[in-house]
Design a protein around this ligand. Structure first.
Ligand code: URA
Length: 238
């Protein structure tokens, strides 16, 4: 089974991964980004939160979720009753992808494509293997697709406690199928093609990306929805 509890080696593993990822040339995004932004948080974290990619400030500072979206996330976590010390935050893609606004200084976020997501997936899988979390939270569509394949729709399955598929299936159509079946069936039962359906399994909760709150007309409603979904993850942590 891939889900052994995180041992004392987790910190060393994560440190080694962080160092190795600094030189990643797995896709072209390293060419324009300032640096690789690896995940951050306690090696004993029971919840892993997966965003899309570092933003402008994260790219400069080298830490995930330290900009405006990070502030929304921090507040929502607190409101949902999830301790920061219980959380490791990372991204599906670890370099900032952007274009220059009218060739000037402003850097405008661009959504990573499938190739970039696939190139970066081994880092995310390695983080999950090192951390062995109880709950994984996909923040937004990119994270959901990185974990469950391109057919995953956050709007359809947000706020549900889903089984995290076996890490060997992550990002494949089989992962999405297994999760869809589990969500449709009773009590997280699965057909056994890779999803973990029993009580000890790693859980997955998908929700919106915190930056969607910042962009929304109905900010309060979006924020409340984010908190509600995070409460589902909090309940799974016990
Ligand atoms: N948005 C993300 O998805 N990740 C970050 O680290 C910051 C903003």
């Amino acid at each position: 089974t891939p889900y052994l509890p995180a041992g004392p080696g987790a910190r060393a593993d994560l440190d080694a991964l962080r160092r190795a990822s600094a030189d990643c040339r797995g896709c072209p995004l390293h060419e324009n980004a300032t640096q690789t932004v690896f995940g951050a948080g306690a090696p004993g974290a029971r919840a892993v939160l997966v965003g899309e990619q570092p933003g402008d400030q994260e790219d400069r500072r080298g830490e995930p979720f330290v900009g405006p979206a990070g502030r929304v996330l921090d507040q929502a976590l607190e409101e949902a009753g999830i301790e920061r010390a219980d959380v490791y935050v990372t991204n599906a893609v670890k370099h900032f992808k952007f274009k220059r606004f009218q060739g000037g200084k402003r850097r405008i976020h661009e959504t990573p494509n499938g190739r970039e997501m696939r190139a970066c997936r081994p880092w995310l899988l390695a983080e999950l293997r090192a951390l062995e979390p109880d709950v994984v939270v996909a923040l937004g569509a990119t994270a959901g697709k990185a974990l469950l394949g391109s057919s995953f729709r956050v709007t359809r399955q947000r706020g549900e406690l889903l089984p995290l598929p076996d890490l060997d299936l992550i990002g494949t159509p089989a992962a999405a199928r297994a999760v869809a079946e589990a969500a449709g069936g009773a009590g997280g039962e699965t057909s056994g093609d890779g999803a973990a359906g029993d009580g000890a399994a790693v859980r997955l909760v998908a929700t919106i990306h915190p930056s969607a709150v910042l962009r929304a007309d109905d900010r309060e409603e979006m924020y409340a929805g984010l908190v509600d979904d995070l409460r589902v993850a909090a309940a799974a942590l016990g």
